[in-house]
Design a protein around this ligand. Structure first.
Ligand code: GLN
Length: 488
């Protein structure tokens, strides 16, 4: 097997047994990037020199007989809205085209402490707003399973990089589905941890009450390994939870006997592609055969989740993005004749149309006279949605749903924003309720990967990891490679 197709746990074994060096591995990844990046366009920035220097340090540690961490020397990539000191962080926006952060995000500090390697920064929808990676200022990423299809979004670059063999692991961020949906479109594993599990410090804020960083990987074991490194309390994030972080790899047991899996009927309704539904149903039957108990139940407020999210998320975005005013940092128009004109022109030039649309929506729902009718009402509905989950978890241990009602669709600009928003129906409620959710590959429709979502109780990542692992080990979906670059 080629090195670039391997998993973190396989490569760790090869590194500690001195079968390969980290420099060799890192070079293999850049060779792969040279081979396919023109077609996939997963990256905004590459950082070869620093990556190789870091790899050499890991090799020296191994040569000196030091024990290394599971992620040490294994090259990954970081979504471009996560701050990396000295390495350009653009949010795929013209606004931050030349921003070189002066500090590392909390997750980056943790990863550096474990001696991991950053190949570069991955493409995304501008400021993480979108589901296709088409709103990037720089380029549209293509889906390695079919280059004419979207890779999903907003972490489309991070997921496509895994599917194309351009990184061994990546980080994404998930506000309404941006880790799970691209993971599903690219046949990867993606997990959004419980809100507060991972520090948001250094992740450029989109909607602060929903944003969460998480891994995109080839298999569930790798997801658990990355989680072990990035989770944990952080004084720089007031919403970071002061709870102990378990060793998530210990949860990876093949056992779902007696596990109660809830199927919320609202997630299997209108809009769900029947071919996707059929793959999900097969997975349900497999779980049943493996000894899980299937419970049909209802999350009655699901139909209000998308509209609630598209009030709350833009409201928070409009406040968070107010800081990009052409004064403190970011793009500045140099021809304006007054300060207000400078700010207006800087923002209209610096932000793309999707970001401007969200800022306008958000400003509208927060303005006096409309606040009670829209924002306050949305916050009340958010509580009802959270309570739905609390009730459901009295009857089951995990919930099983499709990750997306459809597979990756063509990059042809034919989808209008509203239709795209509506496709977030399966992932958004999980963010509104702050719960952990994982997407695992569970089949194919017309050659495109299908993802199954498992939703857990607050802080119970372990149960969804166990359920996902059990399913993965009983199948081969995670071993099928995207047909790019002549691979079979
Ligand atoms: N697709 C959703 C949106 O456009 C989710 C984005 C995200 O999770 N960052 O807002």
């Amino acid at each position: 097997m080629e090195l670039y197709k391997s998993t973190i746990h396989e490569l760790h074994e090869l590194l500690v047994n001195k079968k390969i060096s980290s420099v060799e591995l890192t070079n293999a990844l850049y060779e792969r990037i040279d081979q396919v990046e023109d077609q996939v366009k997963a990256y905004v920035t590459l950082d070869k020199e620093n990556a190789l220097a870091q790899a050499a340090k890991v090799d020296a540690k191994i040569a000196a007989g030091e024990t290394i961490k599971p992620l040490a020397g294994v090259p990954g990539a970081i979504k471009d809205n996560i701050s990396t000191k000295g390495l350009r962080t653009t949010c795929s926006s013209k606004m931050l085209e030349n921003l070189n952060p002066i500090y590392d995000a909390h997750v980056i500090k943790n990863l550096r402490a474990d001696d991991t390697i950053f190949l570069g920064k991955t493409n995304m929808d501008e400021f993480a707003m979108g589901s296709t990676t088409e709103s990037s200022f720089f380029k549209t990423t293509c889906n390695p399973w079919n280059l004419t299809r979207v890779p999903g979004g907003s972490s489309g670059g991070s997921a496509a990089a895994i599917a194309a063999g351009e990184a061994i692991w990546t980080l994404g961020s998930d506000t309404g589905g941006s880790i799970r949906q691209p993971a599903s479109f690219n046949g990867c594993v993606g997990i959004k941890p419980t809100y507060g599990r991972v520090s948001r410090y250094g992740c450029v804020a989109f909607a602060s009450s929903l944003d969460q960083i998480g891994p995109i990987t080839r298999d569930v074991t790798d997801a658990a390994i990355v989680l072990n490194t990035i989770c944990g309390v952080d004084g720089h994030d007031s919403t970071s939870l002061p709870v102990e972080v378990p060793d998530f790899t210990k949860a990876l047991k093949q056992d779902v006997k007696g596990l109660k899996i809830g199927l919320p009927k609202e997630y299997f309704g209108a809009g769900l592609d029947p071919k996707v539904e059929s793959e999900i149903s097969k997975a349900v039957e497999q779980y049943r055969a493996m000894g899980a108990e299937i419970v049909e139940l209802s999350l009655p407020h699901t139909e209000y989740a998308v509209i609630t999210y598209y009030i709350i998320a833009p409201a928070e975005a409009s406040a968070n993005l107010a800081r990009f005013d052409g004064v403190r940092y970011g793009h500045r128009n140099m021809n304006a004749t007054s300060a207000p004109e400078m700010t207006t022109l800087s923002r209209t030039e610096g932000f793309g149309s999707e970001v401007q649309r969200r800022i306008m929506l958000g400003t509208y729902v927060l303005s006096s006279g409309y606040y009670d009718a829209y924002y306050k009402k949305a916050m009340q509905v958010r509580t009802l949605i959270r309570r739905d989950f609390e009730e459901a978890f009295k009857q089951c241990d995990v919930l099983l749903t499709p990750t997306s009602p459809v597979v990756a669709y063509p990059i042809d600009g034919k989808m209008d924003p509203l239709s795209i928003y509506l496709l977030d129906v399966c992932t958004i409620p999980v963010n509104l309720a702050g719960l952990p959710g994982i997407s695992v590959p569970c089949g194919f429709v017309d050659g495109m990967p299908v993802g199954m979502q498992l939703i857990g109780k607050p802080l119970d990542e372990e149960t969804i990891l166990r359920a996902a692992y059990t399913f993965e080990q009983a199948n081969d979906y995670h071993k099928v490679i995207a047909p790019i670059g002549g691979d079979k």
